[in-house]
Ligand binder design. Structure first.
Ligand SMILES: NC(=O)c1ccc[n+]([C@@H]2O[C@H](COP(=O)([O-])OP(=O)(O)OC[C@H]3O[C@@H](n4cnc5c(N)ncnc54)[C@H](O)[C@@H]3O)[C@@H](O)[C@H]2O)c1
Length: 271
């Protein structure tokens, strides 16, 4: 709106997602479930897209009791072109449009935490295929649709370890780690997001990123203890704490924000 008078603006309404249709790939995950709930509470219709074993259709049936007719579950492998094409089609058939795409899928293979020296090609390929190619495919297929429509918001999820190396002391005494395949694939997600932010800027499609960090999921006690030592806020985060940034990026409140990366990391990368 072309005005310098803030009194003409309804600021609360700017955060509304009423009438918007949002696809969340990896919507059954720890953060994806919080994203779905937040978007639905803010009035959006939400497509929960995830792999077969996560049963996104069953989850959306349950959510439809609280948000009648507004949640659609779709089984998808984000790394497969046909699946992503079908996801787009099913969304348009059900809701008639697409306003937002959120890529929060990630692939943790059976040997995900193997040492770098022993990493197997199959695992490397599977991680890269889901994390990076899956983001490329959804952006290409669904983002292009939004670019043609002339509006849309894409939110991708890289990692702290797209830009800084993990401090290996964080994992001492635990069974956890951060594999190079994860860092490398997420570095690609970051570069792709930056690229698309200017590529589609004049088509009305904004492309941003959210970088969460240390989201608590019943972690081993030792890991939580180590994490608290290195974190400026001295604690891990919760999935619901990541969702505020998403509502902002999907809503009109962020209408002039593109090419950005909101770090929800408790200051981890600030020192
Ligand atoms: N949790 C954190 O602390 C943290 C930190 C930094 C970045 N991230 C990123 O945020 C995103 C969400 O994290 P999370 O903790 O909710 O992860 P998660 O592992 O709980 O959820 C990931 C979801 O992706 C789904 N998935 C796997 N393969 C898929 C495929 N081929 N197609 C579609 N979906 C697929 C999984 O089934 C799962 O539901 C991830 O991309 C992750 O890398 C998380």
């Amino acid at each position: 709106m072309r005005t310098t008078n803030p009194e003409e603006i309804n600021f609360k309404e700017k955060f509304s997602l009423e009438g918007k249709v949002i696809i969340i790939s990896g919507g059954m995950g720890l953060i994806g479930r919080a994203f779905t709930e937040a978007c639905a509470q803010y009035g959006a219709s939400v497509v929960v897209a995830d792999i077969e074993k996560m049963k996104p259709e069953e989850h959306s049936d349950k959510l439809n009791h609280r948000f009648p007719g507004k949640i659609l579950g779709v089984t998808v492998d984000a790394g497969k072109r046909k699946d992503v094409e079908a996801l787009k089609q099913k969304t348009i058939e059900k809701f008639g449009r697409i306003d937002g795409l959120v890529n929060c899928h990630q692939n943790k293979t059976a040997k995900f935490f193997a040492k770098f020296e022993e990493y197997e090609d199959n695992d490397w390929d599977a991680v890269v295929e889901t994390n990076l190619k899956g983001t490329y495919l959804t952006c290409q297929i669904i983002g292009s649709y939004m670019a043609e429509q002339g509006s849309g918001s894409i939110v991708n999820m890289p990692s702290t370890y797209s830009v800084v190396a993990p401090n290996q002391n964080l994992y001492k005494g635990t069974s956890l780690g951060c594999p190079a395949a994860y860092s490398a694939s997420k570095g690609g997600v970051m570069a792709l997001s930056q690229y698309l932010s200017t590529y589609w800027a004049d088509k009305g499609v904004r492309v941003n990123q959210i970088t969460p960090h240390g989201v608590w999921n019943n972690h081993e006690e030792k890991f939580e203890e180590n994490f608290s030592k290195f974190s400026p806020m001295k604690r891990m985060s919760y999935n619901h704490e990541v969702a505020g940034a998403l509502v902002f990026l999907l809503s009109e409140a962020s209408s002039y924000v593109t090419g950005d990366n909101i770090r929800v990391d408790g200051g981890w990368t600030a020192w």
